[in-house]
Design a protein around this ligand. Structure first.
Ligand code: C2O
Ligand code: CU
Length: 503
């Protein structure tokens, strides 16, 4: 199933060279250093304060070990407080956020504010923007949230994202007309922690099954995906092919399994805004609300030309806002894991009237119709980057394989690859090529980029062997992570840095 496709061969002269090159460079990669960056101390981070008249939102978070009930399964895990997701943080565009993190975990941690165009010192990436927050220590994140939208936050250390350490962050638009009766935040997740395995166990097994992390000679072209821990015989399917590495026992909406689901209630005819966040570590979902069509209005915070869909894909780290006018009855809001054949699905229930609740394995007809690919949305006029010829173009390849389990960018894992460099004020084009037979959600910190259509995103899915040019304005000086939002890929090296240089 992982033979080179015809498409790969058409596109892939360079791809083959890229994979072979990676094999030569990858020997001796240490996965634990990949996102820790523990060898590069940053020192104290400068504090900041709100300017006169700026709104201030203050919160305290405690990251700690806890036991959570997912609606049946009870799991020992790590969380912000005693819920999964952690408590929603809401602010208005332009507000100053001051959020303290107390680390009571048995490990170092940090918080990254996913999708926000914030100051670099608050970006939460150990090794690039701060030192990891040690056990027992406290760290205060201080930043302005300039742009409205649907965001979330999570640690940027190891594979901690795959625990309960995530929560939604909504930045409201003071100028938005509104026009809906209610708003529901819908956070999707794939769940393994405390079910006999931790995410660290999962990563270790992926690396071990790939042949061990310290003897990686001979990658054999990167297309041998044998020994795949893939949900009991998943097969490669369009459009994402091989979309995930990990078999999960549960999929969650707002921290609940489908047998005891999250319940949303409204009146028939009401118009509701859904803010849908994929906080999973290794799962692309297909989302549908049974008996309804949804109108997608925003992605990754940015407004789009409204588009009515029956179902759509959402990659790890992506967000979509949708508006839906509710019918009368009881309806399943389903997020089906793409290409995974065990662990069931994620589901919430929408109730506007009488009726019995849907079964945990209900499959809305919308999932069998056309499934929309989010990157085909078109940008709202207000969200477009002004037309400009790029000042510089950089190549970025996504590389790697399951055997050995090593992932990289530009031919080497993070720590061994060279940063992408840019100068302040430039319009930068990054010409991205996925040189692998898996799909990867590419995420850039501190900026949003424009696809060739003009669509603004901070996270975009690249199908196997897909090539995509993304443009950005270099207007936020610092050291920014660029990585795959499959947390196992990122931790195994699929990351690089976008670094501002003086000239
Ligand atoms: Cu949500 Cu560096 O990512
Ligand atoms: Cu990836």
């Amino acid at each position: 199933m992982h033979r080179l496709s015809r498409r790969a061969i058409l596109l892939g002269g360079a791809g083959l060279v890229g994979s072979a090159g990676l094999a030569a460079t990858l020997t001796g990669c240490s996965t634990t250093d990949a996102t820790h960056g523990s060898t590069h101390p940053i020192g104290p981070v400068p504090s900041a304060s709100p300017s006169a008249g700026q709104g201030l939102v203050q919160k305290s978070l405690v990251a700690r070990e806890t036991t959570l009930d997912l609606g049946g399964p009870t799991v020992a895990t790590w969380a912000y407080g005693d819920t999964v997701p952690g408590a929603l943080i809401r602010a208005k565009a332009g507000d100053f956020l001051r959020i303290s993190l107390e680390n009571k975990l048995p490990a170092d941690t940090s918080i990254h504010w996913h999708g926000l165009r914030l100051r670099n010192a608050a970006d939460g990436v150990p090794g690039l923007t701060q030192d990891a927050v040690k056990q027992g220590d406290r760290f205060v994140y201080e930043f302005t949230a300039p742009d409205p939208g649907t965001y979330f936050f999570h640690p940027h250390v190891g594979v901690q994202l795959d625990r309960a350490l995530y929560a939604p962050l909504v930045i409201e638009d003071p100028n938005e007309p509104g026009g809906h009766d209610d708003e529901w935040v819908v956070v999707l997740d794939d769940w393994v922690d405390g079910t006999g395995r931790t995410p660290d166990d999962v990563l270790k097994k992926l690396v071990d099954d790939g042949g061990g992390s310290h003897d990686m000679g001979g990658m054999g072209g990167g297309h041998d995906m044998g020994g795949h821990d893939m949900g009991g015989g998943g097969t490669a399917m369009a459009p994402w092919g091989d979309a995930g590495d990990v078999t999960y026992p549960h999929f969650l909406v707002n921290g609940r399994v489908p047998a005891a689901p999250e319940r949303f209630t409204a009146k028939p005819g009401q118009k509701v805004r859904l803010r849908i966040i994929n906080a999973a570590s290794d799962t692309i979902f297909t989302v549908a609300l049974g008996g309804h069509r949804m109108t997608l209005t925003h992605t990754d915070g940015h407004p789009v030309v409204p588009r009515e869909v029956g179902a759509f894909h959402i990659g790890m780290g992506e967000r979509y806002d949708a508006v839906v006018t509710l019918a009368d009855g009881v309806f399943p809001l389903v997020a089906a894991p793409f290409g995974k054949t065990s662990g069931g699905q994620a589901m919430a229930v929408v109730r506007t009237g009488a009726g019995s609740p849907p079964a945990a394995d209900v499959r809305p007809a919308e999932l069998s119709g056309e499934v929309f690919i989010g990157s085909q949305l078109l940008p709202a006029e207000s969200a477009k980057l002004p037309d400009r010829v790029p000042d510089a173009t950089l190549q970025l390849s996504l590389d790697g394989s399951m055997k050995p389990y090593v992932w990289g960018m530009n031919g080497a894992p993070f720590g061994k690859n060279d940063p992408l460099t840019v100068q302040q004020g430039q319009r930068l084009r990054i010409d991205v090529t996925n040189q692998t037979m898996m799909t990867h959600p590419l995420h850039l910190h501190g900026h949003t980029f424009a696809l060739p259509s003009g669509l603004r995103k901070d996270t975009v899915l690249l199908a196997p062997m897909q090539r995509l040019a993304i443009d950005l304005d270099a207007d936020n000086v610092g050291r920014w992570a660029v990585h795959c939002h499959n947390i196992y890929h990122a931790e195994a090296g699929m990351m690089t840095e976008l670094r501002y240089t003086e000239s």
